[in-house]
Ligand binder design. Structure first.
Ligand code: HEC
Length: 215
């Protein structure tokens, strides 16, 4: 309603057109409507969740081994073959599309739930229960994060590097002394890193255009 009113008012002139765009952006930022958040429950296909959980080892959360076993079964090849092919995946270009690959988004959301939610939070705002005082995790819903994801569309390659290698000061978590953002190399396959990034990119997709397909 409000946007329509603004639109009609300024449509008549060129300057008005510019102001309209500005007003829409301002409105979108203040109301948060430029990007419908993608709740985990919407993104996740429960079959993917139960499949992954049946392979993941709760004790050490070895996502890479779980991935290898799951994909070996699904693809009918050995776990060694799954991991051999995984090594060939690019670390600079996301092979998936957050706008189209709902299956990957679902699997990425499952990975997020198991490996990232403790710090980044169910709402992706970076205040999960496992964070330390003074070391909040990244807030993926800031305008900057969302804009970066959309702008690159294919992939924020920096995210791949951070997830693989870790980032931030060295801190003491209850179970380990590590960088504030712990490295996931060895804990997640390359394909899984891109899957979780693909999920994070959907935080910038309007709810109406998302998740039309399941599988
Ligand atoms: C133990 C807590 C913890 C866990 C678990 C964790 N993170 Fe983080 N993450 C952080 C912290 C803290 C930062 C900010 C680091 C800094 O100071 O630069 C961060 C930063 C990031 C960033 C950098 C964002 C940017 O734009 O700079 C990405 C991407 C990220 N995390 C993704 C993930 C993903 C994906 C997972 C799960 C696979 C994950 N994190 C798990 C704590 C965590």
């Amino acid at each position: 309603m409000m946007r329509q009113a603004i639109e009609i008012e300024f449509r008549s002139s060129r300057a008005g057109g510019f102001l309209f765009v500005l007003a829409t952006i301002t409105l979108a930022i203040t109301t948060g409507s430029c990007a419908g958040p993608q709740p985990l429950r919407v993104a996740i296909n429960s079959q993917h969740e139960s499949a992954y959980l049946s392979f993941v080892n709760e004790a050490n959360l070895d996502g890479r081994a779980a991935f290898a076993e799951w994909m070996a079964q699904e693809r009918g090849v050995s776990t060694e073959e799954v991991l051999r092919l995984d090594k060939q995946i690019s670390s600079t270009r996301n092979p998936f599309d957050a706008y189209k690959d709902s299956r990957v988004v679902s699997r990425g959301a499952v990975i997020y739930t198991v490996h990232c939610l403790g710090c980044h939070g169910a709402d992706a705002r970076g205040r999960g229960p496992a964070t330390l005082d003074g070391y909040p995790a990244n807030d993926f819903k800031t305008f900057g994060s969302r804009f970066a994801a959309t702008l690159h569309r294919g992939a924020p390659r920096k995210w791949f590097r951070v997830i693989r290698d870790g980032a931030g000061d060295t801190v003491e978590y209850p179970n380990a002394t590590t960088s504030a953002m712990p490295p996931f190399s060895g804990k997640l396959a390359n394909e899984q890193i891109w899957q979780v990034i693909t999920y994070l990119q959907t935080l910038d997709i309007h709810p109406l255009t998302q998740m039309t397909e399941r599988g």
